[in-house]
Design a protein around this ligand. Sequence first.
Ligand code: 5RP
Length: 226
Amino acid sequence: MPTSQDQLKKMAGERAVEFIHNNMVVGLGTGSTVKFMVDALGKKVKDEGLTIVGVPTSERTRLQANRLGITTKGVDEVDHIDLTVDGADQIDKRFQGIKGGGGAHLWEKIVAINSDKNMWIVDESKMTDQLGSFPLPLEVIPYGSKQLFKRLSNKGLNPKFRMKDGQHVLTDSKNYIIDLYLHQIDDPEKLASELDHMTGIVEHGLFLNIVNTVIVGYESGPKILH
Ligand code: 5RP
């Protein structure tokens, strides 16, 4: 029977936990792959009596970690983060990625840039030659967001507000999400710089030059890429 996507995610998540040791401060990402990792970390903390501090990148992850007995602190309550383990929506050959499918990329990027090391855990479907077939998420301030939407449209960036049941999806910081349906991103650095300079965008989901290690779940087993 072929391995399911969830099994591949679980495999990557469980492998990542082997990089977490006693007394580490660990950034905990968000998403279904990270959920498997946090489950495995909770078990390791309990079985081996480890002292770990988790820095969650979303309320969802914080609740899960606390439920499993993992101590958590906010990003401003720790003086360093040894390693952050997070998922991703797409990763290219240079380890440039798109994140934010789960709408948590603002907190994820804040935790990531404050971490000594960053690791992504994904199933093989996330690896790509070119970024962009996954829509690029933007976290935007609600105030003026319709005007921002128009500016994005005029630039040909194909924006769509992320909605659920007729309501704007809200991030943990109570902002909106706009997804850009770009299909392919030829120059991620140029696009990132353009988005960095647009008033109203709090953060975009392009994560460039952030990650050192990727663990990919393949049918044949997890592969660690550096
Ligand atoms: C959340 C993220 C997630 O890490 C990304 O969407 C991957 O999620 P999953 O592991 O569920 O496929 O960036 O903002």
